[in-house]
Design a protein around this ligand. Structure first.
Ligand code: ACO
Length: 215
C-alpha cells in the first residue's frame, strides 16, 4: 500500500492514476458533473493525494492549495465502493494533512462536505500522547500504538471537553468542524460557493506526526 501526491505533470504513471481516481470520483460523487471532475483533476493548480494498492488506485482526495493564504480547499474525496469503511479514508486524510503542512505550508483546510459525508469529516479526530511524539519510541512501542488506536475512537465531544485544557490542546487534532475559525479575508473570494454541501474547516497542527504509527 502506498500514498502518493500527484498532479497533472505529464508523467505516464501519474496520468494512469489520475484517470483511475477520475473513475472513482465519477462513481462515488454522482452529483458532480463528470466534466467538472476531469477539469479539476487535470488542472495544474490542483493536487491529488491517493491510496495506491498493487498499482491500482483505491481512493483519493483532490485539493487546491492556496499557498499565499495558507489554506487548501478539498474539492473531491472518495474511496472506491468495495473498500469503504475500512480505514483508508482516515489514512488518506492523515497523509493529506502531512503533505499540505510539510510541502505546501498550509495551516487549514476548508471543504464543502456532502451532507452524508459530514460524519466522516467530523470523525477525523485524534488524540496524541506526548510520548508518541518521540520517534525512537514508535518502533518498539506497541503500547503507544494501541493507546492511539483506542483514543482515535474517543468521542469528539469528550475530546473537545478535554481540549479546554491547554496541555491536551497541544496534542489533539480536533478534525473538521462546521464552525469556521479561519478569518474570512483569508478565504473569501478564493473558494466557490457550492449549494450541495456544508462548509467545514480543519486546522492542521504544526507538529503532530500525522502519518506515524497507525498510518
Ligand atoms: N457518514 C458517516 N460516517 C462515515 C462515513 C459517512 N459517509 N464514511 C465513513 N464514516 C465513518 C466510519 O464509520 C469511521 O467511523 P469509526 O472510526 O467510528 O469506525 C470513520 O468515518 C472513518 O472511516 P474510514 O473507513 O476511514 O472512511 P472511508 O475509507 O469509507 O472513507 C469516504 C470515507 C471518503 C466518505 C468514503 O466512504 C466515500 O468515498 N464515500 C462516498 C463518497 C463521499 O461521500 N465522499 C465525500 C464527499 S464530500 C467531498 O468530496 C468534499
Amino acid at each position: 500500500l502506498m500514498f502518493a501526491c500527484v498532479s497533472n505533470d505529464g508523467i505516464d504513471e501519474h496520468m494512469v492514476w489520475l484517470i483511475g481516481l477520475k473513475i472513482i470520483f465519477g462513481r462515488q460523487l454522482p452529483n458532480m458533473p463528470k466534466e467538472y471532475i476531469v477539469r479539476l483533476l487535470m488542472d495544474r493548480n490542483h493536487k491529488s493525494v491517493m491510496v495506491i494498492r498493487r498499482n491500482h488506485v483505491v481512493g483519493g482526495i483532490t485539493y487546491r492549495p492556496y499557498v499565499s493564504q495558507k489554506f487548501g480547499e478539498i474539492a473531491f474525496c472518495a474511496i472506491t465502493g468495495d473498500e469503504q469503511v475500512k480505514g483508508y479514508g482516515t489514512r488518506l486524510m492523515n497523509h493529506l494533512k502531512q503533505h499540505a503542512r510539510d510541502v505546501d505550508g498550509l495551516t487549514h483546510f476548508l471543504t464543502y462536505a456532502d451532507n452524508n459525508a459530514v460524519g466522516y469529516f467530523v470523525k477525523q479526530v485524534r488524540l496524541f500522547f506526548p510520548f508518541m511524539m518521540c520517534r525512537e519510541l514508535h518502533a518498539s512501542s506497541l503500547f503507544s500504538r494501541s493507546m492511539q488506536l483506542s483514543t482515535a475512537k474517543m468521542s469528539r465531544r469528550l475530546l473537545l471537553r478535554f481540549s479546554s485544557d491547554s496541555f491536551i490542546n497541544l496534542f489533539a487534532d480536533l478534525g473538521f468542524t462546521k464552525e469556521i475559525h479561519l478569518e474570512k479575508e483569508r478565504w473569501q473570494g478564493y473558494i466557490k460557493d457550492y449549494d450541495g454541501g456544508i462548509l467545514m474547516e480543519c486546522k492542521i497542527d504544526l507538529k503532530l506526526p500525522y502519518t506515524d504509527l497507525s498510518t
